[in-house]
Design a protein around this ligand. Structure first.
Ligand code: C5P
Length: 240
């Protein structure tokens, strides 16, 4: 497993620098990383990543690139320069795009380079959506197949639902990163997540890293909520 990559990334779904600074002050001391997605990035840009790095907080820059290989490679070069620990592309961008992304990260990152994840099929898609897009396989077949393709093209792992993690692990083998959102500690609200899993279940299914947002950011004590999840992850990994 990658040294230095936190097991827990807190989803920083926010649009102001003030909210980010508050969250960083709460989260950085726990050792968790933060996940910066399109909302925060389009509002605040690369300064977000630098602000997190100054607090010693690892960043998963979740911008899900999907473009021609040259464009994605150049964007990945910029991501490497920002110092993100993790970033991602859509698996559906294809093997040449994924290879180009990996090469750019390797070239500009050195040994502690940004790790590359692929998004297989968005979990917001229903099976009907998947058919409408022209796929004949259902997502239980498609997701592991795309994960293996992404691995062969140079991805270090995938982002997927905890419910897809065991199929991905079987297809992609050991050592592949499996990062799962849709995680809810037992007893917390599901919010708009449809298919949730507890941290214990996600890790037992093969997840290596978890993304958790609102159960932490909306908790009365976000640091304590993050610590509790980190404790659960550690205990589950130790018991496996
Ligand atoms: O607040 P919550 O824990 O639901 O946040 C989960 C985060 O993970 C959000 O940033 C969401 O956009 C992201 N995500 C997800 N499901 C996916 C991919 C990303 O919930 N399949």
């Amino acid at each position: 497993m990658m040294a230095g990559l936190p097991r827990l990334f807190v989803a920083a779904d926010l649009s102001s620098r003030r909210e980010l600074d508050t969250l960083l002050a709460q989260i950085a001391p726990t050792g968790a990383g933060i996940k910066i997605g399109l909302e925060a990035y389009t509002a605040l840009g690369g300064e977000l990543v630098q602000a997190a790095a100054e607090q010693g907080c690892s960043v998963f820059l979740d911008l899900k690139f999907h473009d021609i290989p040259t464009t994605v490679a150049r964007a990945c070069t910029n991501v490497a320069a920002l110092g993100a620990s993790l970033t991602n592309v859509h698996a559906l961008g294809g093997p040449r795009m994924i290879s180009a992304a990996r090469e750019a990260l390797e070239k500009h990152g050195g040994p502690g380079r940004t790790k590359l994840l692929a998004v297989t099929i968005l979990t917001s898609h229903s099976e009907a959506d998947v058919r409408e897009l022209g796929f004949t396989e259902n997502s239980a077949v498609l997701v592991p197949r795309l994960a293996r393709m992404a691995r062969d093209a140079g991805a270090d792992g995938v982002v997927c639902s905890p419910h897809e993690a065991s199929g991905v692990r079987e297809a992609a083998g050991p050592g592949f990163l499996i990062v799962t959102p849709g995680v809810r500690p037992s007893g917390s609200a599901s919010n708009d997540q449809q298919r949730i899993a507890t941290p214990v279940d996600a890790i037992r299914s093969g997840a290596t890293h978890l993304v958790v947002g609102r159960p932490i950011t909306g908790a009365p004590d976000p640091a304590a909520a993050a610590q509790a999840i980190i404790g659960e992850i550690r205990a589950t990994l130790a018991g496996n």
